[in-house]
Design a protein around this ligand. Sequence first.
Ligand SMILES: Nc1ncnc2c1ncn2[C@@H]1O[C@H](COP(=O)(O)OP(=O)(O)OP(=O)(O)O)[C@@H](O)[C@H]1O
Ligand SMILES: CC(C)(CO)[C@@H](O)C(=O)[O-]
Ligand code: BAL
Length: 283
Amino acid sequence: MSVPIVRTLAELRSTVAGWRREGLKVGVVPTMGALHEGHLSLVRAALEQADRVVVTLFVNPKQFNNPADLAAYPRTEKEDAEKLSPVGAHMLYVPDAEEIYPEGFSTTVSVSGVSEGLCGAHRPGHFDGVATIVAKLFLQTGADMAFFGEKDFQQLHVVKRMARDLDIPITIVPCPTVREADGLALSSRNVRLSSQDRAIAPKLAQALFAAAEKLRDGRLAKPVLDEAVKALEDAGFREVEYLELRAEDNLQPIDRLDRPARLLAAVFLREVRLIDNVPAQPS
Ligand SMILES: Nc1ncnc2c1ncn2[C@@H]1O[C@H](COP(=O)(O)OP(=O)(O)OP(=O)(O)O)[C@@H](O)[C@H]1O
Ligand SMILES: CC(C)(CO)[C@@H](O)C(=O)[O-]
Ligand code: BAL
């Protein structure tokens, strides 16, 4: 059966209200479309924990700091609906722009702390855009649970903080990063890689896993990370925007692996920006 597509807030609300009257638990999976196995893994996790699953598809202009990136973002609604149907999602919510940003829209949700540094330092305004749209999607859907990928690890922290601070009654469920066989994290932006760059791309995950292993003995992180950056540059990455070790629970910078942590990186292959992160555990 094909997934029903809903474009208005009124229809979304009346459908969810019907589910609630039946006592059903609702899960939401926010996306910007161009769906791949990473997104489908979130939908499958949602179907295991919720009775009804709404996938949202909205390419949110407010979170794009780079107009060229927004213009190039893949838009594949028909294919997305075809991919979702066999998985069993109950609704694809594709809001018209005016359902999200009506004339006169003037509110921004801004999360300090966890949104600073890393992607926050390099994509000005990005996490304000994410927090604002995600707050709206939580309130519009009234979902009990929301599913986010660990691939966007800083985003996950921003969303958790935002929901807690605004008392939005929703449980945020983190889901592991899905990777290609060679280790490359699935991403909608991967389709923009040339075949040459696609061959280089998995070296990012490989470098992160290798550095996480080297840090296990608790020595200072800086030389290990500097070496990893150099290896990435030598492998053909045009720029390593950041490669940092941060505490798992609050994303604070740490200088050695003395608690559960994440190694997070953003790199460029030509004009395509890729992010990835891996867990790092002290021995
Ligand atoms: N490889 C992946 N594994 C698990 N979850 C993922 C993966 N890629 C994306 N997600 C999650 O899917 C949700 C929607 O992400 P989004 O639509 O931005 O996809 P994306 O592939 O990350 O796109 P892009 O990389 O271009 O930003 C987010 O919660 C994101 O973390
Ligand atoms: C959470 C999200 C759908 C908000 O637009 C987006 O940032 C994404 O796709 O990760
Ligand atoms: N996956 C986060 C969405 C973005 O890059 O804008």
